[in-house]
Design a protein around this ligand. Structure first.
Ligand code: SAM
Length: 204
């Protein structure tokens, strides 16, 4: 099964709050974005945003230039429905982040929670990093969150790569200055815990 079919099936079968990565709010992501992009005109992209409520929280804070991209049409449809008429203030894209053509220097902030760790093929990771380097303006910010060294080895039936700050930063390279890193113990809706790593880099 290709990646898009896999994710469409997951979102067709599971309620938004019945997936392991669900949180009512992505507090850590939101607080980093607010700190790094205090201007509400900042261009922000949530890569693999799925059905997450980060977009709701960004709208509530009056961010005006938010893009949500996901490989799954079903997840984008669900988020649009949840937001109702407010969804018109968001730019939605259904695409594979390793293949889509994003505009150059289009974003001030790139956010990815739990997408990069699914890229187990080196060619996909290279395509992803090329994409970030092109789409985020110089001086812009990249927030990537993956499973940490003690995190799960699989998610939704797919293998993942676990990272510490050094190994994740190595994937991105020196053009990305690592400014901040932290770990989060995420409680799943089933009461289990997963270690996530957050890294914040600035594009030099
Ligand atoms: C584990 S979920 C995380 C969703 C959301 N970021 C969150 O934290 O709640 C991974 C998401 O990445 C999306 N995804 C997986 N591979 C992708 C790709 N190559 N390009 C774009 N989106 C992708 C999936 O459809 C799914 O919504």
């Amino acid at each position: 099964m290709n990646s898009q079919k896999h994710w469409e099936k997951i979102y067709a079968e599971k309620a938004p709050d019945a997936v392991s990565w669900y949180r009512p709010h992505l507090e850590k992501s939101l607080s980093l974005i607010e700190q790094l992009a205090p201007r509400t005109s900042a261009a922000i992209i949530d890569v693999g945003g799925g059905e997450s409520t980060l977009v709701d929280d960004l709208l509530a804070r009056e961010y005006e230039n938010v893009t949500v991209l996901d490989i799954s049409q079903a997840s984008i449809n669900a988020s649009r429905k949840r937001l109702g008429s407010a969804s018109e203030r968001i730019s939605w894209r259904v695409a594979d982040i390793t293949r889509v053509e994003l505009d150059a220097s289009a974003y001030d902030v790139w956010h990815d929670r739990a997408v990069f760790h699914f890229l187990t093929e080196e060619s996909d990771r290279l395509a992803y990093v090329r994409q970030v380097a092109r789409a985020v303006r110089r001086g812009g910010h990249v927030i990537v969150s993956t499973f940490g060294p003690d995190g799960p080895t699989k998610c939704s039936g797919l293998g993942v790569i676990r990272y510490d700050a050094d190994s994740l930063h190595r994937e991105f390279g020196v053009q990305f200055r690592l400014l901040e890193t932290s770990k989060e113990l995420h409680q799943t809706p089933f009461g289990t815990f997963q270690q996530f790593l957050y890294c914040h880099c600035k594009v030099e």
